[in-house]
Design a protein around this ligand. Structure first.
Ligand code: PMP
Length: 396
């Protein structure tokens, strides 16, 4: 049987089949292993073999550290999903969106006309890495300046870099840029703008857009992301950043990504998204059903929207209400249940580890629960939430 160390934390025994009664359920990280079964089904067609002599050189061809073939496939993926316009724009690769985010902040702040550092802002609740990364690098060119809304009427004296996450992590909200003005620049983090996480409403056509393989195919460990950039000068500054930080993304990674994208584009180019969407839809259906019985726990409500991608394959049956989907559930605890605890602590006592709302700049009523993990993780999460909700109805 499988060695014990490979068991999910909630299973034990020689073959990991024993469900442990009081285990902690991990709903913390957004590790997108929900797509693993799709890649298992496509194991042969997605495999690569790299001979020892292959791609030994520093470069591919033109000094952009980038495989032209892969770039072309990224443009094809966006065209087939209809989630971003790439025509006439530059594309750059990075070791995940994490790498590109800082490259972009660097590029947008380094020719800053004013003497004070550019203000990096994001609207609450925001992805915590924006703040952590910006503060970590302690640059003279930029500083993290908190919640976007504080600067709404005050953009005239400084350069601003607004990070816009759409759909948002942690709540799936389709965020739009808030700040306006001559010195405002935006970075659109579109990591979750794919049909398995959200309706595709229109192709995004922003100045600087960041995507990641982590959330498209689920291969977070490959460390691959890309930015789509309108302005040549910004592109060149990002390229310089890549030159000096890593001299580009591993050529083996680029080969693997190319293979994965070919599978995603194969057939009618929809199988991966259908698998992903159906998985997310099933999970949301089950979660919503349980929470509909609760007066204490609720999740964010997302507006149903027309998805230009899926309408070609799914005709929603008339009269049925579309199920909301999002990579994360932003769970809210009612004040009545808190009793001096945070919602995070309430869940922790019920053996669920989420991610605290305060990390996203939100209040202690909120906890982010990851719904993109494996099926086992989700089933265990649902079991614990079920327990919480049934205790609640017995109390009355
Ligand atoms: N942006 C957002 C909004 C994310 O949620 C994540 C991953 N959780 C990232 C960027 C980073 O992704 P990557 O794995 O590509 O570094």
């Amino acid at each position: 049987g499988k060695p014990v160390c490979e068991c999910n934390m909630c299973y034990g025994g020689n073959d990991c089949s024993q469900l442990l009664p009081d285990c902690m359920v991990d709903a913390d990280s957004g590790d997108p292993t929900f797509l693993e079964p799709f890649w298992m089904k496509n194991a042969a067609s997605s495999a690569i073999v790299v001979a020892g002599w292959h791609r030994m050189s520093y470069d591919f061809s033109d000094g952009s550290l980038i495989s032209e073939e892969l770039k072309a496939h990224i443009r094809k993926i966006h065209a087939s999903v209809g989630n971003a316009i790439t025509d006439g724009k530059y594309i750059i690769f990075g070791a995940g969106a994490t790498h590109l985010l800082n490259a972009a902040v660097h590029a947008l702040s380094s020719n800053n006309a004013s003497s004070s550092p550019a203000k990096v802002v994001a609207s609450i609740p925001y992805y915590p890495v924006y703040k952590e990364q910006t503060e970590f690098f302690k640059s003279e060119d930029y500083k993290f300046n908190g919640d976007t809304s504080m600067w709404k009427n005050d953009t005239s004296n400084s350069t601003f870099i607004e990070l816009v996450t759409s759909p948002n992590n942690p709540d799936g909200d389709m965020k739009k840029a808030i700040l306006q003005g001559q010195f405002v620049k935006t970075i659109h983090d579109l990591a979750y703008y794919w049909p398995h996480f959200t309706p595709i409403t229109a192709p995004a056509d922003e100045d600087l857009m960041i995507f990641t393989l982590s959330k498209l195919t689920g291969h977070a460990g490959s460390r691959f992301g890309w930015a789509i950039i309108k302005d040549e000068a910004v592109y060149k500054r990002m390229l310089t950043y890549m030159d000096f930080s890593t001299y580009g993304v591993s050529r083996e990674t680029q080969l693997r990504v190319l293979k994965l994208l070919k599978v995603a584009l194969s057939g009618n180019g929809r199988a991966m998204y259908e698998f992903g969407y159906n998985t997310m839809k099933n999970r949301w259906t089950k979660l919503s059903k349980v929470l509909s019985q609760s007066k204490t726990f609720s999740t964010q409500k997302l507006k149903p929207q027309y998805c230009s991608f899926s309408q070609q394959i799914r005709t929603p049956s008339p009269g049925t209400f579309p199920v909301q989907i999002s990579a994360f559930a932003s769970l809210k605890c009612d004040t009545s249940v808190l009793e001096d605890r945070s919602c995070y602590e309430v869940l922790e006592e019920a053996n669920i580890t989420g991610r605290e709302g305060s990390l996203f700049g939100a209040d202690n009523h909120h906890v982010r629960l990851s719904l993109v993990r494996s099926e086992d993780d989700f089933d265990l999460l649902l079991r614990q939430i079920n327990k919480l909700v049934s205790v609640e109805s017995h109390d009355k």
